[in-house]
Design a protein around this ligand. Structure first.
Ligand code: UDP
Length: 234
């Protein structure tokens, strides 16, 4: 359906991240879901961002089912878990890290929790996600030269931010992490493991934050209609 999806294991994905850093390749990692497909259809700029992304990983169950319908069995690589693994990798390789996004109290708590959980993590810069001018943040990032940048502004804002950053910052691997800081700060509870195993995190999040319903509806059913149509035609 016009978007490449990288079918990596955690290990392969992390090797790729290491490769990008070691070879000084600016890289954008997108954790794709059906809502992003809907965005791609109506937003040429977003479409271009996806076509140029260095890595696109299958975040949710929607993408897994869609690929299954095409006879491809893939494992999900949830962005929140992959990003945590990237942070652990940063410690082993001494990569400086920056984190942008969420409300001030959320990012502060998340950073504090990450520093407790991952000793020796080198967070050289962090900032909340409520700023007026991207350039102010880019200037700060230029000064601190992180190799890993996590961006939690929600989609598509975080994808726009990273795409622009890729062109002006010194090379870094950047990943959009949506609501991960809310979870890492303890502000929002992650879906219980059973929901995660069944691929029903979206259901748990929608029950707990009903305002999210408008995000998955009508994007999700429309996505599957398109997948089935595509399957019939190809
Ligand atoms: N956010 C932000 N700046 C904005 C809009 C959103 O920092 O201008 C943050 C928000 O506080 C939340 C995250 O972006 O922490 C968005 O999370 P959401 O659950 O919408 O992301 P998803 O995982 O669904 O993409």
């Amino acid at each position: 359906m016009g978007t490449r999806i990288d079918n990596y294991s955690y290990e392969e994905g992390l090797n790729k991240v290491r490769e990008f850093v070691e070879q000084n390749i600016p890289a954008q990692i997108v954790t794709i879901n059906p809502e992003m497909y809907a965005q791609k259809e109506k937003d040429e700029y977003f479409k271009q961002i996806l076509s140029e992304a260095e890595m696109i990983i299958p975040d949710g169950i929607g993408i897994k089912i869609a690929l299954k319908l095409k006879g491809k069995n893939i494992s999900r690589l949830p962005g929140i878990d992959f990003a945590k693994n990237i942070l652990k990798l940063s410690v082993c390789n001494n990569y400086p890290v920056a984190i942008i996004g969420s409300k001030e109290e959320v990012i502060e708590k998340a950073v504090q929790n990450l520093r407790n959980e991952i000793p020796n993590i080198n967070i050289v810069y962090y900032h909340n996600g409520y700023f007026n001018n991207n350039n102010d943040i880019y200037e700060e990032l230029k000064k601190t030269s992180p190799k890993i940048i996590l961006v939690a502004l929600g989609s598509p804002k975080q994808e726009y931010f990273i795409y622009e950053a890729k062109k002006i910052l010194s090379p870094a691997v950047m990943i959009g992490i949506g609501g991960s800081l809310d979870v890492w700060s303890g502000t929002v509870k992650r879906a219980p493991v059973l929901y995660q195993k069944l691929g029903l995190e979206w259901l748990y999040r929608t029950i707990n934050q009903p305002e999210r319903f408008k995000r998955i509806f009508p994007a999700l059913p429309l996505f599957f209609i398109k997948v089935l149509k595509y399957k019939k035609e190809n």
